[in-house]
Design a protein around this ligand. Structure first.
Ligand SMILES: *Cc1c(COP(=O)(O)O)cnc(C)c1O
Length: 225
């Protein structure tokens, strides 16, 4: 896995270089991977990890607390899990409705730094109920920016995984346009999270500043649960 990490980091550098863009941050997606495998990547120097399920993450974060890692929630967040999420994570990338903004802000402890938040936007996936509509981004961002316990960092998207990468490129480009508009309104916004194992090079060419990679780092995932 340490070798896979070096390989992925090199791919990100190469993609950024040929697109003449800065190298994005790598989020290692560790859902369904045991804590011991996260520890291997941490020992190789990697710090930022993404989890999809609050319950599963709670166990892993506790087991690895001494390592000082940075944890991102990238799975759909149910409102009744917002309190746990606000206590456990450093970032929540899947904020897609006003109710979550209020709940996360209420439960983020004053002893911790503000919770970093991305608005998840549903750019083209008719089948998914997750992510807000593009025309809802501005209002959600306002609500987040108004909460002192939250810090608005940008946008996250999971476009439809079309087999044709050029179709994905069009979706990534649309997300980038929304991101640029968001930056105009909120100069602190610095994170555009898009691209996974299969399509990170395309996402980087279209302006991703963070890519979320699981399979290419850890190999195929064990089944959930
Ligand atoms: C699982 C997951 C990833 C990583 O996907 P891979 O194809 O394994 O790289 C990225 N983002 C989200 C939101 C995920 O759920």
């Amino acid at each position: 896995m340490a070798r896979a990490l070096q390989g992925v980091l090199r791919q990100l550098d190469n993609a950024a270089c040929s697109a003449k863009r800065p190298t994005p941050r790598l989020l290692a997606v560790s859902k369904t991977q045991p804590a011991a495998r996260v520890a291997v990547l941490a020992a190789a120097g990697h710090r930022a990890f993404g989890e999809n399920y609050v319950q599963e993450a709670a166990t892993k974060i506790a087991a690895l607390a001494s390592l000082g890692l940075e944890w991102h929630l990238i799975g759909h967040l149910q409102s009744n899990k917002a309190k746990d999420a606000a206590e456990l994570f450093d970032w929540v990338q899947t904020v897609d409705r006003a109710k979550l903004v209020t709940a996360l802000a209420r439960h983020r402890s004053a002893e911790r730094p503000p919770l970093n938040v991305l608005v998840q936007v549903n750019i083209d996936d008719e089948a998914s109920k997750h992510g807000c509509r593009p025309d809802e981004v501005a209002a959600l961002a306002e609500a987040i920016a108004a909460e002192p316990r939250l810090r608005l960092r940008g946008l996250m998207a999971i476009p439809t995984p079309w087999p044709d990468l050029e179709k994905r490129r069009a979706a990534f480009a649309q997300v980038r346009q929304l991101y640029e508009a968001l930056q105009q309104a909120h100069p602190g916004v610095d994170t555009l999270s898009m691209g996974m194992s299969e399509d990170h090079a395309v996402a980087i060419a279209e302006g991703a500043t963070m890519v979320r990679v699981g399979t290419a780092l850890f190999g195929r995932r064990p089944a959930a649960g």
